[in-house]
Ligand binder design. Structure first.
Ligand SMILES: Cc1cc2nc3c(=O)[nH]c(=O)nc-3n(C[C@H](O)[C@H](O)[C@H](O)COP(=O)(O)OP(=O)(O)OC[C@H]3O[C@@H](n4cnc5c(N)ncnc54)[C@H](O)[C@@H]3O)c2cc1C
Length: 397
């Protein structure tokens, strides 16, 4: 065990995954999460390509597979519900539209938390209020009033990262809004949904509505999206978000009115802009960022969770391999991660562009260059060679 102390902010996906690897490499880890308990909710997230290998190396393959959804695939439908296209979960070797390892975000977070809770100090209902770093460490003051010193601090606190704002600059500087807003919430399954996702898109308005099955078959997850060139709603003001959703989707066809009828009785609700985080560096001295805080590719890439898992493996591995020297460790992490991050961000942008509303008199959209597109998809899934770090400590060996 080294005597390195690391503070991680955020206990969703990136934070607990990093805690797993830091602990295995011999560091003492504290994770501080603003919410009073592990946050439930969110849509299904996918683990594809290299991310699946990281899950295997974490020894969590069986736990993740046991918690995954049982989705058979997806149907796209027209306004009357007639099926237009069908995608199966086992298409493309399990790396297709619906991935073979698809798991509800809250369930994956729980698996990662259960795996680490015994060897890691978790502090819920608190956050960093102030921090200052010098050559040897970082002094942190918590909102609850406590003060502690750490060797390294990593922000895994999501798209709206407070640590990023405190250390790197204002939110707007790093956010690339892709012009869509996305909402998810669960509704009673009064739609006869079985193991299939249903997705209705309207190219004329750029809006979409869908439903996905949940492990609790009496409920279904609604997914709604609409174009919004700007977005200035407080991401914590749920009442304003619901009002916006109602205003933008009320006249939308298919099952949307029945879905909206449950807005006020849903126990969970998530709405955010579809945005990416674009930064030219993810570290400053002893502080680094990971996951959506550093490089959100947007939900439209399908890769945010995979990047968080891969980044956690590389960040801990590179730091330990560099003898916990932040400059060398963070540089190795950035060098290895950047190509796969950029490919996932490109997928996110291309996906959103493919939904752009075209004026009725516009020329037909050019056919996509399928060969180039498949090359980007391959880079997004597999675009990093994971070092095996055989020479550094691993408490499971
Ligand atoms: C409740 C929830 C629902 C989501 N639903 C979806 C979804 O449906 N589809 C999708 O594609 N993505 C969703 N996401 C985002 C998805 O989890 C990420 O894209 C991806 O998994 C990378 O995760 P992350 O750990 O980097 O960031 P996130 O999952 O965003 O987690 C950040 C964590 O940091 C915590 N936090 C925030 N600020 C602070 C602070 N100041 N101090 C301490 N902790 C803080 C948050 O409470 C959260 O637990 C959701 C995230 C959350 C938190």
């Amino acid at each position: 065990m080294s005597d390195i102390r690391v503070l991680v902010t955020g206990a969703s996906i990136a934070g607990p995954a990093l805690a797993h690897w830091l602990r295995r490499r011999g560091a003492a880890v504290t994770v501080v999460e603003r919410a009073p308990e592990l946050r439930r909710g969110g849509q299904a997230v996918d683990a594809r390509g290299v991310a699946r290998e990281v899950i295997r190396r974490m020894g969590l393959d069986a736990a993740v597979r046991a918690a995954r959804t049982d989705t058979a695939g997806a149907h796209t439908v027209d306004v009357d519900g007639t099926v237009l296209e069908t995608f199966r979960a086992d298409d493309d070797g399990g790396d297709g539209y619906i991935s073979e390892i698809e798991i509800l975000r809250g369930d994956l977070s729980q698996v990662l938390y259960d795996d680490t809770r015994d060897g890691v100090e978790y502090v819920f209902g608190d956050r960093i209020a102030a921090l200052g770093q010098d050559a040897d460490g970082v002094d942190v003051t918590f909102a609850s009033g406590g003060r502690r010193r750490f060797d390294l601090v990593v922000g895994a606190d999501g798209l709206h990262s407070a640590l990023r704002t405190a250390v790197f600059g204002p939110h707007e500087r790093f956010i690339r809004h892709l012009g869509l807003v996305l909402a998810f919430y669960s509704v009673p399954n009064e739609f006869g949904l079985d193991r299939w996702v249903i997705d209705y898109q309207d190219p004329a308005s750029g809006r979409s509505a869908g439903l996905r099955p949940l492990p609790d078959a009496t409920r279904a997850m609604a997914m709604l999206s609409f174009p919004a060139p700007d977005f200035d709603i407080d991401y914590r003001d749920v009442a304003a978000q619901k009002e916006l959703l109602r205003a933008r989707m009320a006249d939308f066809g298919w099952s949307t009115p029945r879905i909206l009828a449950h807005l006020d009785d849903t126990p969970d609700f998530y709405l955010d802009q579809v945005a990416q985080v674009v930064m030219d560096r993810w570290s400053d001295g002893r502080v680094a960022l990971l996951g959506d805080a550093a490089f959100s590719p947007s939900p439209f890439s399908g890769g945010g969770t995979g990047l968080a898992l891969i980044g956690a493996y590389l960040l801990a591995g590179e730091l330990a391999a560099a003898g916990w020297d932040p400059q060398a460790g963070y540089a190795g992490y950035e060098r290895l991660m950047r190509p796969i991050v950029e490919a996932n961000q490109e997928i996110g942008r291309l996906h959103v562009q493919s939904r752009a509303v075209r004026p009725p008199d516009a020329e037909p959209a050019p056919e996509p260059d399928m060969e180039a597109l498949m090359a980007v998809v391959d880079r997004a899934l597999n675009g990093v060679d994971l070092p095996d770090y055989a020479e550094i400590p691993d408490s499971t060996r």
